[in-house]
Design a protein around this ligand. Sequence first.
Ligand SMILES: Nc1ncnc2c1ncn2[C@@H]1O[C@H](COP(=O)(O)OP(=O)(O)O)[C@@H](O)[C@H]1O
Ligand SMILES: [Mg+2]
Length: 257
Amino acid sequence: MESKIFAPLKMEISNVDLFYGKFQALKSVNMAVQQNIITALIGPSGCGKSTLLRALNRMNDLIPGVKITGKILLDQTDIYKSGMAVTELRTRVGMVFQRPNPFPLSIYDNVAYGLRVAGITGKKELNEIVEKSLVGAWLWDQVKDKLNRSALDLPLDQQQRLCVARLLTIQPEVILMDEPCSSLDPIATMKIEELMIELKKNYTIVIVTHNMQQASRVSDYTGYMLLGEMIEFNDTKTLFTRPSKQLTEDYISGKYG
Ligand SMILES: Nc1ncnc2c1ncn2[C@@H]1O[C@H](COP(=O)(O)OP(=O)(O)O)[C@@H](O)[C@H]1O
Ligand SMILES: [Mg+2]
């Protein structure tokens, strides 16, 4: 790996192969995720971006017939080791999905959901964490006067920020985002991008995007994937201005496909 390491490593992915049945979706993938840094994964549709992202909190475990080998470390611990507490892992490494997926509940109940599941029921404590999380997701001002209204009535970008708020309540360390802006218009996209840059002060972020401009605007490190391989992983500026591989050059200059 050519990349310069500046921040402490939060996650380390080494020689990861992943199979869906007989189909190999990840081929000896290596990647370093630095703490308080935004790492972007780019590449054409079907190249394995979502698969790699899901491997980082073992979401692929839920798909029958998946086999994974290699190593994925979170703070030096192998997350695939036997006895790993997967539910706890998913609270440390949380995910925001492509389409906002609020529950059909009120705004307040959406944000309080995970806390209640965790057994927190005190009104004062719930109120405090709900407010703090909504502030953190830049949504508090817009919703503070209508917390009992249905989350499904919010505009899409606010629904997506609500999903971020819901995640913040469980205080993850790493936030995985799979094309979080793909259903949003350009202005809403900008707000989410600004939010990501704010969030990286406290969280480590890995984002999948098919939008190269987005990767170059928000990320510090970028991985370019093709057909299950990590073709190039480098700091974002270098990858977009002086890529070391011809395949990367072809993709970022629009020559691919
Ligand atoms: N659940 C699954 N079962 C079988 N094949 C899958 C599954 N999910 C993804 N794939 C295949 O794995 C490859 C990578 O998919 P994916 O990670 O979704 O790519 P990307 O996110 O880059 O579009 C694709 O060929 C896709 O068809
Ligand atoms: Mg995908």
